[in-house]
Design a protein around this ligand. Structure first.
Ligand SMILES: [Zn+2]
Length: 338
């Protein structure tokens, strides 16, 4: 989008600056009002007095805005030129905190999780105004949390998110999908769609979520991809179960009858459950062993087969994620064999 259509236009040198009649309606930001600031940004009715030079140093769009010729008359406030932006106040606040070094989220020794609202704001606005360093940091974080290879030690999605650097829940994956689309960062999409699949109430994903002053919804195209992927993932679970446990009972161990009987009892124990497969197709299948006391297990050889097959099936599921959600992702699962 052309950001120049929504900002006051330039030559700060030659322009005659008239005090805007709207000044009375603008509220000064408590956080960003530097008395010697040289430009005023307006989002909604909030005014931020900050420094042109720092914005121009980090953002190509602001640099161009401050150097291109300005209209003869431009709005002003407290003697500073005014730039009107169409962004949410919360988004702009998150961006300015990063620009003026107040957030510290990306500092090397920072252990705080970054709220998804902040990641979203930084990604959206750094992309829009071309704050390249901030954009790379935000996208780097998203790539880390939504990788192209199956995370080591993956147990389930909720546990995975709880240990990640972003403070978010599974439904916030709607935001991640939208950020991936906005920035054309396709590699984060499959696992983000998978996160949407983890939300038990599908209506949440279909209707969207509200966070602060923003509502996030999937596009119509992505809703269709989500629904198709949801169906395929649910269908694949029984097949995975068969492969892990039925095949696992076929090995030539010393106690074949006992082990086969165990597999049959496992089948029977889960067959009539309303949700026998659970939502997480990437999670360890060995949780099914918990249906039985520790002493009531197949032989160690069969257990080894189960574990090996479970690892294989999870990797296969991961490899197929882009296809299930109709995504073309270059270099997906490149480290699968490592
Ligand atoms: Zn056995």
């Amino acid at each position: 989008m052309d950001v120049f259509t929504e900002v006051s236009q330039p030559s700060l040198k030659r322009a005659r600056i008239d005090e805007s009649p709207n000044v009375a309606h603008w509220q000064r930001s408590d956080e960003f009002w530097y008395p010697d600031g040289s430009v005023i940004l307006i989002a909604d009715a909030t005014a931020f007095r900050v420094y042109q030079g720092i914005l121009a140093e980090q953002s190509t769009v602001f640099r161009d805005m401050f150097t291109l010729p300005q209209p003869e008359v431009m709005e002003s406030m407290d003697g500073c030129p005014v730039v009107r932006l169409s962004d949410h106040v919360s988004d702009l606040t998150h961006l300015l905190r990063e620009v003026f070094g107040k957030s510290g989220y990306f500092d090397r020794d920072c252990k705080d999780k970054i709220p998804i609202e902040c990641v979203g704001a930084l990604t959206r606005l750094s992309h829009k105004y071309q704050f390249e360093v901030i954009r790379e940091k935000a996208l780097g974080l998203l790539r880390d949390v939504f990788p192209t290879s199956l995370p080591k030690g993956y147990i389930d999605f909720a546990t995975y998110l709880s240990k990640s650097m972003i403070a978010m829940s599974a439904e916030d994956c709607i935001t991640v999908v939208n950020l991936g689309r906005l920035t054309e960062t396709l590699s984060i999409l499959p696992f983000a769609f998978y996160g949407c699949y983890q939300v038990a109430n599908t209506n949440v994903i279909l209707r969207g979520i509200t966070r602060g002053d923003r509502t996030e919804r999937l596009s119509q195209e992505d809703i269709e991809a989500y629904v198709k992927g949801l169906r395929l993932l649910l269908e694949s679970r029984p097949d995975g179960f068969s492969n892990v446990f039925i095949s696992g009972g076929q090995c030539e161990c010393d106690t074949p009858q006992d082990c086969k009987s165990w597999f049959l009892r496992l089948m029977h124990s889960i067959w009539f459950k309303s949700d026998p497969w659970g939502p997480d197709t990437l999670g360890p299948w060995t949780s099914y062993l918990d249906h039985f006391p520790a002493i009531d297990r197949p032989c160690s050889e069969c257990c080894g087969d189960i574990n090996a097959m479970a690892v294989y099936i999870c990797q296969e599921e991961w490899d197929c994620l882009p296809d299930k959600f109709q995504l073309m992702v270059p270099k997906w699962s490149v480290s699968a064999s490592n």
